[in-house]
Design a protein around this ligand. Structure first.
Ligand code: IPD
Ligand code: CA
Ligand code: CA
Length: 286
């Protein structure tokens, strides 16, 4: 493997992309659709072009797996996952809950992750083995272990038609048994907020690796338990889904998920299953 990326350089790229996004916030956008429902604006593409240029200049030999341009490079086991704008629907509505997400992944394990929220000037970052930080301060998950006292977050795929499971059963279940279930619209921020103790737990099905790779290393370094929704390791393996919570709450959430989904659904969303993401996103090769 060539040199490891320096987290400071990745932070600089994410900040640059975030500042670019801020220039377009609240303006009219050229919105196109990938498939029927998955929107992309000209700012997603501009942010992605900037990040690709910066990574290529520093690491010309690395594969880059992007949301909008697919896989660039050979698809080997040292690669970058970039989501140039996580929270496109919020952004397109002028709602300032979105982030830039950049991850460096080696052999399927995220090593460096940066999630930058330009609206709040909040930069979450981590290098594996070196802790997780928000604007230079170490972050840690909450200590809430009782489900009824927990504030949870989830997300839903763009196209829910005909999708089984569609997450509505889990949403209803946890909404009745917790302090609340938020739907913020940015998977990267959802997971970083669990890392920082602002939220106690997060689950989602039908995400893509670029949504969560950077926040995954941030959450794990902060001390969050991050697994597939089934409790298995490797949330980045397709079909991509995850369950994350502070270590005290995690076993309770997993037990509830098992009860609600049942064995057939749990095996359908395991690493070898199929969650019916269909044409929702290009399937990365890594
Ligand atoms: C979406 C957001 C959302 C999640 C969706 C993602 P995008 O990413 O992260 O919170 O629920 O599954 O696709 O399209 O805004 O980059
Ligand atoms: Ca995303
Ligand atoms: Ca995106």
């Amino acid at each position: 493997m060539s040199r490891l990326p320096n987290v400071e350089e990745v932070i600089a790229w994410a900040r640059e992309a975030g500042h670019l996004l801020m220039q377009g916030l609240g303006r009219a956008h050229d919105i196109r659709y990938k498939g029927l429902t998955d929107p992309v604006t000209e700012m997603d593409r501009a942010s992605e072009a900037l990040l690709i240029q910066r990574i290529r200049a520093a690491f010309p030999e690395h594969t880059i797996i992007t949301e909008e341009s697919g896989t660039l490079g050979k698809g080997d086991d040292t690669c970058w996952y970039i989501d140039p704008l996580d929270g496109t629907v919020n952004y397109a509505h002028g709602l300032p809950i979105f982030a830039v997400s950049v991850a460096f992944v080696h052999e399927g394990v995220p090593q460096v992750g940066v999630v930058y929220d330009p609206s709040r000037d909040e930069c979450f970052y981590a290098m594996r083995g070196a802790g997780a930080f928000l604007n230079g301060r170490p972050i840690h998950p909450s200590e809430t272990t009782e489900l009824i006292r927990s504030l949870l977050v989830t997300g839903f795929p763009y196209d829910m038609s005909g999708r089984e499971p569609d997450n509505l059963d889990l949403y209803a279940h946890f909404a009745r048994r917790s302090q609340g279930v938020r739907r913020l619209g940015s998977a990267a921020l959802d997971l970083c907020y669990v890392a920082a103790g602002r939220l106690d737990g997060y689950w989602e099905m039908g995400v893509a690796p670029w949504d969560i790779a950077a926040a995954m290393v941030i959450a794990e370094e902060a001390g969050v338990v991050v697994t597939r929704l089934t409790g298995e390791p490797n949330p980045l393996v397709l079909p991509c889904n995850l369950l994350a919570a502070n270590p005290g709450l995690y076993p309770h959430l997993l037990a509830e998920v098992r009860t609600v989904l049942g064995t057939d659904t749990m095996s359908a969303i395991s690493a070898s299953g199929d969650d019916g993401r269909g044409a929702r996103a290009a399937k990365p090769t890594a």
